[in-house]
Design a protein around this ligand. Sequence first.
Ligand SMILES: Nc1nc2c(ncn2[C@@H]2O[C@H](COP(=O)(O)OP(=O)(O)O)[C@@H](O)[C@H]2O)c(=O)[nH]1
Ligand SMILES: [Mg+2]
Length: 303
Amino acid sequence: MTWISPLKELLFGPGREVRELIPEIEEKLLSADVGVATTQMLVDALQTASPKTGQEAYGFLKGKVEEILTSTEKIPPNPPLKKGGEGGFPKVIFFVGINGVGKTTTIGKLAHRLKSEGKKVMLVAADTFRAAARDQLGIWAERSQAEFVGGSDNADPASVVFDGCSAAKARKCDVALIDTAGRLQTKTHLMEELKKMVRAASKAAGRLPAVGRLPGAGRPPDEILLILDATTGQNGLNQARVFLDAVPLTGLVLTKYDGTAKGGILVSIVRETGLPLRYVGVGEKIEDLKPFSAHEFVSSLFA
Ligand SMILES: Nc1nc2c(ncn2[C@@H]2O[C@H](COP(=O)(O)OP(=O)(O)O)[C@@H](O)[C@H]2O)c(=O)[nH]1
Ligand SMILES: [Mg+2]
């Protein structure tokens, strides 16, 4: 069951005035985790538009949700410096987020996807906090036939990033995916550790550090993707705020979308962070990662 179906049932149900349905529409949106602010905005807009029938109201909401999701989609991913395979420096993508949201799994799935597009991929285990984390990424590297660099236990994550990016450059990889530790830290610590890692990637590339420039300004080749677990609902929004405050995120990945009837969180996260949603995780298997397209998504959601 998708999060939108209770709304569909309500609006396509036996003829009641849309006006009378407003409190129930609001309730359905909130229980799907669309969030208070975004629900309020949708309901206000709906009341202003005052559609005559439930079908019209449904169509209106579909349009609004698509508008929100496409608003950030236009932001293109940062380009690689030069194609890695041609002797340039690989594009570097950092994966950040709290423990258990699915960073390592997402990297494994993305490596598989990029490999199938003919890209040469390097996986870097900069989560040196737990040895198991490195081994887990190593297994994904084998599965997806990607290159792999992992540091020793408790190694400095930035030095692992440096080694991994240097190896990615030497082996002419197109892209390096960097797994980071998900332990909760103070904002300053998180910022400093990540900054150090991004500087290490720049140093390995022999170019100016990307940190300090905001996304879009100067367009550094690095991407910093925040991974959020859809099943944590509104809590995901709080995590996004903390990370956004600390590091220059360039995009989002929403995982475990398969395991929730509360997928409305996707709408409020995109609206409230202003970040593009790049991928959605829909299961634990290697092929369970979908590039996000707002139009396709809304068409199938509001089918
Ligand atoms: N159902 C489902 N499970 C997922 C998805 N992504 C990750 N997981 C599971 O979430 C758990 C934590 O994932 P992991 O990658 O280790 O999280 P990390 O701590 O952020 O690296 C694992 O059991 C994964 O299999 C997804 O899209 N759907
Ligand atoms: Mg992990």
